[in-house]
Design a binder for this molecule. Structure first.
Ligand SMILES: [Mg+2]
Length: 208
């Protein structure tokens, strides 16, 4: 029985078609290029390789590149006004309220980004907890600790908590803990993904 639902934020609680992710990926590459003093294309290639070994760009910058200006990075990647591309979603609000299960967010983004985006969608008040990357000591999904700390705070076990994310490796990290994990593959990017997946959030009721 599912006692809690834990949502990723970006491209999970809003559509990947908004372009928000492209916007902040562009800012990540611009920042990385500046910090490493290399052209954007090289920064893109090095970051793509780096995040296969680390869960997030910030962990890669810290771990491989001696990076320390963490707050500067978050401010550059998530500027005020970034949420303008996200439309309000009153239907999602109604749907989430109809579930009758407590809801929380686990994101590898910083809290201010989560607050802005959730407010813009119109669902900020529907979550009991918002676990962001700082809360996890700047070490995010798919590390087991990122999940277990959140579950401990919720007082809910992995087997009773449905976790939904648009990134297969983050869902896999949760499945590895014995959790109930669900991929949101809105655009059909992962036809070979073998575990439970949905395109739109209302389909999640099948897994409650
Ligand atoms: Mg996401």
């Amino acid at each position: 029985m599912i006692r809690y639902i834990l949502f990723d934020l970006d491209n999970t609680l809003y559509s990947a078609k908004t372009g928000m992710e492209n916007d902040f990926q562009r800012r990540i590459i611009a920042f990385t290029s500046r910090f490493l003093g290399i052209p954007g294309e090289e920064a893109l290639a090095r970051r793509q390789e780096g995040i296969t070994r680390y869960g997030t760009t910030i962990e890669w910058l810290i771990g491989d590149n001696g990076f320390t200006a963490i707050e500067e990075y978050y401010a550059a990647v998530h500027p005020e006004g970034e949420e303008e591309v996200i439309p309000p979603d009153p239907q999602l609000r109604l749907f989430l309220k109809s579930l009758g299960v407590p809801l929380a967010v686990l994101t590898n983004s910083p809290r201010e980004h989560a607050d802005r985006v959730l407010a813009k969608i119109g669902i900020a008040d529907l979550f009991t907890h918002i676990f962001d990357i700082r809360w996890n000591g700047n070490q995010g999904k798919p590390l087991p600790a990122a999940f277990t700390r959140a579950l401990d705070a919720l007082g809910s076990g992995a087997g009773n908590t449905l976790f939904i994310d648009d990134a297969p490796r983050y869902v896999q990290g949760y499945l590895n803990l014995g959790g109930k994990g669900l991929l949101r593959d809105e655009l059909g990017r992962y036809p070979d993904y073998l575990h439970p997946k949905i395109r739109e959030l209302p389909e999640l009721t099948r897994y409650l």
